[in-house]
Write a protein that binds this ligand. Structure first.
Ligand SMILES: Cc1cc2nc3c(=O)[nH]c(=O)nc-3n(C[C@H](O)[C@H](O)[C@H](O)COP(=O)(O)OP(=O)(O)OC[C@H]3O[C@@H](n4cnc5c(N)ncnc54)[C@H](O)[C@@H]3O)c2cc1C
Length: 371
């Protein structure tokens, strides 16, 4: 007996966006999450930036979902009054080596089809953002910020109204292929386990997506699906009004992250971060001593900053397919028929810009689920 036509594992922003999209199909859908409510992991520990899509290789899924997702997200936020602000962003260069880097970013973004970018010189930068000091900058007017919780809340309630079932505090501990279907085994907080049958599985389990992919028998080493955790800490600026910053301000990106940047939130708060450090296991503690490194990184373009302005904030963990020594890895969004697991859809390595791209990612998954 089939209990649910579609089972979505994970109620972060990705699983929720997919649930909302698929709810239009009228199919019997369940979303499972091990936490007591939605969005308790990566989706509540990020920079909440709507990215323009400057950094990713042309035609990669990261580039395509970011650019399409950004447009869809602004439309959705406007239509449904979800908190957001198109602030614009500066990617600043403080020396000649960084000028070379941002010019490469500009070239890449143009190749990806990002519009409205401008290269600014020192004087234009200080007119736009007087507290910021840089020799050259990319100005990206379409970058912005979003209230991620409000977005997830919107997806959750809309999907629920359309009949999607949500089962929280329900950890998936086993997925077994049974003819053309899958048997999903879950564990409840009481320790009790039960199993049900489903023909379609969507694995949007964030930090644990590789472990879920392994459950029915996919070899995650051969498939190159193994995740590596990369922690990003944030420090908050105690008195943000002192700097009157109006745009997001980023240094040039590195191979593994976007550099320690300055982001605003919708309440007017200012944060620095995230940094990037590969770690062996989940750990959200903030190392207060790292404030020196944050200060040095940002003081280069915000000279009025003092180390005393920084207070420890939160940390998030990126689910990276890319090892520390490796080059770019794209999102995995794959229906696994070629590995013998038809109607098993994996979303693995959905790090940044996953929040920006969530609606475009949901469109891709909808097509995969319908083929
Ligand atoms: C530091 C940091 C900064 C970022 N900044 C940005 C940004 O500014 N802009 C942007 O676009 N993107 C950003 N991102 C990326 C973005 O946050 C992610 O792409 C997105 O939140 C991923 O959502 P998700 O639903 O895949 O994962 P999650 O939100 O982690 O959801 C996965 C869910 O699966 C559940 N789960 C896991 N295992 C099981 C199991 N066995 N059984 C049941 N449930 C399970 C978890 O409880 C969780 O709720 C950032 C990420 C990080 C880490």
């Amino acid at each position: 007996m089939i209990d649910n036509e579609i089972t979505i594992i994970g109620a972060g922003v990705i699983g929720l966006a997919i649930a909302d999209k698929l709810s239009e199909s009228g199919k019997n859908i369940v979303v499972l999450d091990k936490e007591p409510t939605f969005g308790q992991e990566i989706s509540s520990r990020n920079s909440e930036v709507i990215h323009a899509g400057l950094y990713y290789p042309p035609n990669s899924l990261k580039a395509k979902t970011c650019i399409r997702g950004r447009e869809l997200l602004y439309d959705l936020c406007q239509t449904h009054n979800i908190g957001h602000k198109k602030l614009g962003k500066l990617v600043v260069a403080s020396n000649d080596a960084e000028i070379e880097k941002i010019e490469k970013i500009y070239e890449n973004a143009t190749q990806c089809g990002v519009k409205n970018l401008r290269l600014l010189k020192e004087k234009e930068i200080s007119e736009l953002e007087p507290a910021v000091c840089a020799k050259e900058a990319i100005f990206s007017p379409d970058s912005g910020i979003i209230d991620t919780h409000a977005l997830m809340d919107f997806f959750f309630h809309k999907a629920k109204e359309k009949g999607v079932m949500f089962s929280f505090s329900t950890e998936v501990i086993g997925v077994k292929k049974q003819n053309n279907d899958y048997e999903i085994t879950v564990k409840e907080p009481s320790g009790e386990t039960f199993a049900f049958i489903t023909p379609t599985v969507i694995n949007s389990a964030g930090l644990y997506a590789d472990k879920i992919a392994q459950m029915p028998g996919i070899n995650i080493e051969d498939a190159a699906y193994k995740l590596h955790y990369c922690k990003g800490q944030y420090f908050r600026i105690a008195h943000p009004k002192k700097f009157s910053i109006n745009h997001l301000v980023y240094p040039p990106a590195t191979k593994i992250d976007l550099g320690i940047h300055l982001t605003l939130d919708l309440g007017g708060g200012l944060r620095l971060g995230p940094d990037a450090k590969y770690i062996p296991s989940i750990d959200y503690n903030i190392n207060e001593a790292d404030s020196a490194y944050f200060y040095e990184s940002v003081q280069k373009f915000l000279p009025s900053l003092s180390q005393d302005d920084l207070i420890p904030d939160t940390a998030g963990i990126r689910p990276k397919l890319q090892k520390e020594t490796e080059d770019f890895r794209d999102f995995v969004i794959n229906e696994e028929s070629d590995k013998g697991f038809g109607r098993f859809i994996n979303l693995i390595g959905i790090e940044s810009p996953g929040l920006t791209g969530c609606l475009a990612i949901a469109e891709i998954v909808e097509k995969l689920a319908n083929t």
